[in-house]
Design a protein around this ligand. Sequence first.
Ligand SMILES: Cc1cc2nc3c(=O)[nH]c(=O)nc-3n(C[C@H](O)[C@H](O)[C@H](O)COP(=O)(O)O)c2cc1C
Length: 216
Amino acid sequence: MKLSIYNGSPRGSSSNSDVFSDLLAEGMGNSIEISKYYLKDTAKHQQIINDVSDCYFVVFPLYADLAPYAVKVFFEKMEENKEIYSGKPIYFFIHSGFPEAKQSRLLERYLKYFCKIIGAECKSVCIMGNSEGVRHLNRTSKRYNRIKFYMHSFAQDIINDRQFNEEGIRFFHMMETLPKPVLFIFRHFPSIFNKGFDIMIKKKGAYEKRFDKPYA
Ligand SMILES: Cc1cc2nc3c(=O)[nH]c(=O)nc-3n(C[C@H](O)[C@H](O)[C@H](O)COP(=O)(O)O)c2cc1C
């Protein structure tokens, strides 16, 4: 049995996505052949697709409520080559910087629809919030080890041709929406949460243009 891992992060090998995919691969042991690919270089997409596997694990971060550019381009290439994916299981792991899973639900629906279009089996879609910083976690920290535990459990699910287990899905899910009091503070005191972003855009000299709508 062979698994292809597609990492759709624009950060490539220094991404949070890479931590997830490496932990998954680690959990597979030697029982399965694994190819790992980064999707950020669109020129390599056909070459990646030509390396045919029995099942697929696709991991990528949420970018502006959707998939990063290279992932969408890759999906179009997958559709052109849909016979390769026909009837095969695809597992998705979508993660985002903000903690709310709700913002990834539309993408989840899209992924299921996309699998129908290419005739693949959408085996599972796992949604994780609050993923920024995972790549900087200390390898001995509790959080890192819990992520490791559940990525390993997903690896076993893939080996056994099962959906991702519910406990793992629940662990990564965290929360559907922020609690109401937090939403209230977001709405009425946005400057508290914008501080970090303000520092970044000031550094880039773009603070005065922050309300511009170039495409409106
Ligand atoms: C351009 C851009 C857009 C983003 N859009 C969202 C978003 O819509 N929602 C969210 O929760 N996080 C968003 N993020 C945060 C990323 O999803 C988050 O940092 C993720 O952990 C990055 O994973 P990676 O290291 O695998 O690329 C965005 C980040 C960037 C740089």
